[in-house]
Design a protein around this ligand. Structure first.
Ligand code: PMP
Length: 396
């Protein structure tokens, strides 16, 4: 019989499955609020002007396509490290940063390295979290548990329970934290709450792994990065995965990074050597194009200024859509207090709708969100907002 006779059909990715369902829906008024992709006021995936300008520069001076170093483009790694940790941190030499295949790639390099470092460690992710966190760390060989995060009744964070879970965790436990714009809920910790988390991580000897996939989508590049600097200032050794998929609208180019903050320059050198082994044995070395674009934008002052402006534009537009969604729902007669939607940050909103309501939204109105109630507010625009409001008002 066939080698593959006993291979079972794996379940479909729930969000990508939703996409297929959306594409097959003949409803002309359908709206896709399922996937985590920013679309502009015309419902289009943007090509940022700063990215297009960098691309033009590259095409004007075509280069031969050699292999990159295992850890990627040096200028890229350095620019990313400066963006994430600040120039002083780069000068200290105690951070190892490697180019990765998107934020997911950064998480996977970190997970594989951690598995070699501390094979018995447990990994804790937020409840709920980006679904791939569980799958990725499980596939890297870890037992994955959760810490409480979302409090449905309070429409916010179950902070006391979260902190209690961290304080109860064994030393060496890896805690995956969303640096900003929590996916899927949209609820972020306050700076004071972060201080308590940092104190717990320090006191309990936990290993923080900060997933930074939305820097610049919350309150600003520096504001959203403040959490990472607070971990740095606390003198902790920790990991940061960075994604530029959203902030540069470079989803398909797979541009990200992993950074490991160690105790000294010498230690960082040893850590880097091990990260390179993980990369070498998985895909040998990363691709050139996307990271060259990001490095060019980050290190060319005019392009950088343009990128920061365009990122601010995306952030401001999302905030405006949150406000408009709440105002229009209330104008449509919805009585509930929906102000939580404007307190949430980033591309997503836990709308408070239950699975039955989300299914009705899909079936009757062609409005596609996740059964958990998660909607992508970054996909709202002036053209689809009224249809979304009509649907939500009807199912509430
Ligand atoms: N972490 C979180 C929290 C995310 O939401 C995402 C993207 N959906 C990623 C990581 C992965 O990003 P990338 O597409 O760059 O791999």
């Amino acid at each position: 019989s066939s080698l593959f006779a006993a291979v079972e059909m794996a379940p479909r990715d729930p969000i990508l499955g939703l996409n297929e369902q959306f594409n097959a829906d003949p409803n002309p008024a359908k709206v896709n609020l399922g996937v985590g992709v920013y679309t502009d006021e015309n419902g289009k995936l943007p090509l940022l002007k700063a990215v297009a300008a960098a691309e033009k520069l590259l095409l004007e001076a075509p280069k031969a396509k050699g292999y990159l170093p295992i850890d990627g483009i040096a200028a890229y790694d350095k620019a990313v490290q400066a963006l994430v940790f600040g120039d002083d941190a780069v000068a200290s030499g105690r951070i190892a940063t490697v180019q990765a295949l998107g934020g997911t790639g950064g998480l996977k390099i970190g997970a594989d390295f951690l598995k070699r470092l501390n094979p018995g460690a447990t990994v804790l992710i937020s409840d709920p979290s980006w679904e791939n966190h569980r799958a990725l760390f499980t596939n890297a060989g870890f037992t994955v548990g959760t810490y409480p995060y979302f409090d449905a009744e309070a429409k916010g964070i179950a902070f006391d329970k979260m902190l209690a879970a961290l304080n109860a965790a064994a030393a060496g436990t890896v805690v995956v934290l969303h640096a900003c714009c929590h996916n899927p809920t949209g609820y972020d910790l306050t700076p004071a709450q972060w201080s308590e988390v940092i104190a717990a991580v320090k006191a309990r000897g936990l290993v923080a792994f900060l997933d930074s996939a939305y820097q610049g989508f919350g309150d600003g590049i520096a504001e959203d990065g403040a959490v990472i600097r607070a971990f740095l200032e606390a003198g902790l050794n920790f990991f940061v995965s960075t994604s530029f998929s959203k902030s540069f609208s470079l989803y398909g180019e797979r541009v990200g990074a992993l950074s490991a903050v160690s105790g000294s320059k010498e230690e960082a050198g040893r850590v880097l050597s091990q990260l390179k082994i993980v990369i070498r044995t998985n895909y040998s070395n990363p691709p050139t194009f996307g990271a060259t674009l990001v490095a060019t934008v980050l290190t060319t002052p005019a392009l950088r200024a343009q990128w920061e402006e365009e990122l601010a534009g995306m952030r401001v537009r999302i905030k405006a859509m949150r406000g408009a969604l709440v105002a229009k729902l209330q104008a449509a007669g919805v009585q509930q207090d929906l102000s939580f939607i404007t307190r949430q940050k980033g591309m997503f909103s836990y709308s408070g709708l239950n699975a039955a309501q989300m299914q009705r939204l899909r079936g009757e109105f062609g409005i596609y969100g996740v059964d958990s109630g998660r909607i992508c507010v970054a996909a709202l625009n002036e053209k689809n907002l009224d249809a979304v409001v009509r649907g939500i008002a009807a199912v509430l």
